[in-house]
Design a protein around this ligand. Structure first.
Ligand code: COA
Length: 151
């Protein structure tokens, strides 16, 4: 387990594309810029699990301060393990590394969000001790604005 490096990005992008079916290079470049470069004082982490020279998993998260009145809280927003490397404890080890980093930053709570259909990830998070949080996600459809007509 170690912080991501620029040279890992192609493997991270491929790993994500295997899971989601979409190659999102621009997105991952932005994620790397925001989370992958340790900036002093920034409380964010982009950790990878490495076997030999192969990236077999990653976890990404950060501390969010006083969001909706909540004290500083860790948020995990991505975790992914290469399919051939699953069920071997790598996801658990990435979680442990991330939680250790949060603890060292003085954070005492971790949150995440996932699709309610994703029973695999739900089982995994439950195995890590996570429980339903006293918050609810809300959403709103925003129809496209009507094109402005000429006066
Ligand atoms: C969920 C995921 C991270 C688990 O990683 P992993 O390395 O296989 O997890 P671990 O080996 O550390 O397993 C820890 C626990 O999780 C649970 N778990 C893991 N895989 C499971 C499965 N296929 N079915 C049920 N429970 C499972 C078990 O409780 C397991 O403990 P056990 O081995 O003692 O039974 C991995 O399957 C994954 O990356 N899935 C896709 C994630 C995804 O959709 N990412 C995109 C959105 S962020």
């Amino acid at each position: 387990m170690r912080p991501v490096r620029r040279g890992d990005l192609d493997q991270v992008i491929a790993l994500d594309a295997q899971e989601t079916g979409l190659e999102k290079r621009d997105y991952w470049e932005r994620v790397y810029k925001r989370y992958g470069r340790a900036v002093r004082g920034e409380q964010s982490w982009f950790l990878v699990a490495v076997t030999g020279s192969e990236i077999v998993g990653f976890v990404i998260g950060e501390v969010r301060d006083w969001e909706f009145g909540s004290p500083p809280c860790g948020w995990l927003f991505a975790i992914n393990i290469a399919q051939p490397a699953r069920v071997a404890g790598i996801g658990s080890r990435l979680m442990t590394s991330f939680c250790d980093a949060l603890r060292a930053a003085g954070v005492r709570k971790l949150r995440t969000m996932l699709s309610r259909e994703n029973t695999l990830v739900l089982s995994f998070f439950r195995s890590q001790g996570m429980m339903a949080a006293p918050i609810i996600p809300l959403e709103l459809d925003l129809p496209a604005a009507a094109p402005k007509g000429r006066a």
